[in-house]
Design a protein around this ligand. Sequence first.
Ligand code: 4AD
Ligand code: MG
Length: 436
Amino acid sequence: MKQTYINELKNHIGESVVLKGWLYNSRSSGKLVFLQLRDGSGIVQCVVFKPNNEELFESAKSLGQESSIIVTGNVKEDARSPIGVEIDVTGLEVVQNAHDYPITPKEHGTEFLMDNRHLWIRSKKQNAVLKVRHTVIKAVRDFFDSNGFILADTPIFTPAACEGTTTLFEVDYFGDEKAYLTQSGQLYNEATAAAFGKSYAFGPTFRAEKSKTRRHLTEFWMVEPEVAYAHLEDMMDLGEGLILSIVERVLNERTEELETLERDTAKLEAIKSPFPRIHYDKAVEMLQEGHAKGELENRFEWGGDFGAPDETYLSNQFGTPIFVHRFPAAIKGFYFERDKDRPELALGIDLLAPEGYGEIIGGGERATDLEFLEKQLEEHNLPRESFEWYLDLRRFGSVPHSGFGMGIERCTAWMCGIEHVRETIPFPRMLYRLKP
Ligand code: 4AD
Ligand code: MG
């Protein structure tokens, strides 16, 4: 008989089905054994009644947590079941009887769970988070694909830094040449945008972040759109559209998972267009007011970069995502276009998510002028020869263009309402964590 998946059981009421999976949990009482079977698509209770088949009953009773089993049974409507059905077991094939599964239903510490991440991802909540991640990624791809963007992925081995030299991972590239793991595909996106008009890259990016925070991974996935003939305002429109379509998709397609995660969905439903757009000067004013009111410990000074408490304070003033735009050039990358009226400002944007999730999107308008960029490379101590190809983009058909990057893990953590980004990627890489 063909395998049926648990999430399709509702269409098979009254039928006999074959389910293939693992034993999530079990209990027995008198003549009954209740097997919680999971198959990746869901969990269903399978009931074994001793008088029906004694041998089958004993076999079911002997199973350890996470044993792999194939269950045959009848699908019965059951109002008490979270999925509306239950299985009356008529057959059981034990593929492997597992014993001493390390993750039991009791509480475990995070370090222990992280060491057992290869098993932990089978748990209900972790499973739900990773399914939300899947939907975030699907929403991102569909958004760009249906808006005329061409996917043009960028290299992971790169000869130069994009986002400052302090967070570069260096790798040995056949001895004499130095290579780094990419921090961002942006510089290459600028080339593909000139080829396709609108392009995006989606892939892993790397930062040797020495900070151990709930928002930082050393390997994370970033989606990066880049658009020719686009300006700063266009990027805020694009970023807003992207976020709205992700939120809508997650709310529609991951209702069950959000429930498992006990996500307060009202907070996501409240996310509406337009997102406030705040000048950096105004943000500084707000932060200084916050300090004066005793709501922020440190007084923020103009010129500084926002810390986590600053970002949280700013977004809390609105309860929706907000854009902050035009940052002091001194704290931004070499490639930013400057504000014409105030050249000390870089045409950058950050999108700050509500509920303390901080910066989800970072990007802006790129400098178009060859001489300006040559000077910038010098000031930032970047090796000119590694950037010659990039300068070509200003020699041959230079146009205004803009783009941004959105971190998949930070966005997923926000959608799920979970504390730490480490649970939003199947196998996180962080300071002090390279295993499993
Ligand atoms: O603000 P960032 O550094 O921007 C760039 O890399 C640009 N070159 C992107 C572009 O314009 N094409 O990073 C963009 C986003 C952040 O807003 C955040 O969501 C995520 O990437 N991010 C991280 N996520 C997890 N761990 C880290 N260490 C991250 N660093 C950045
Ligand atoms: Mg940033």
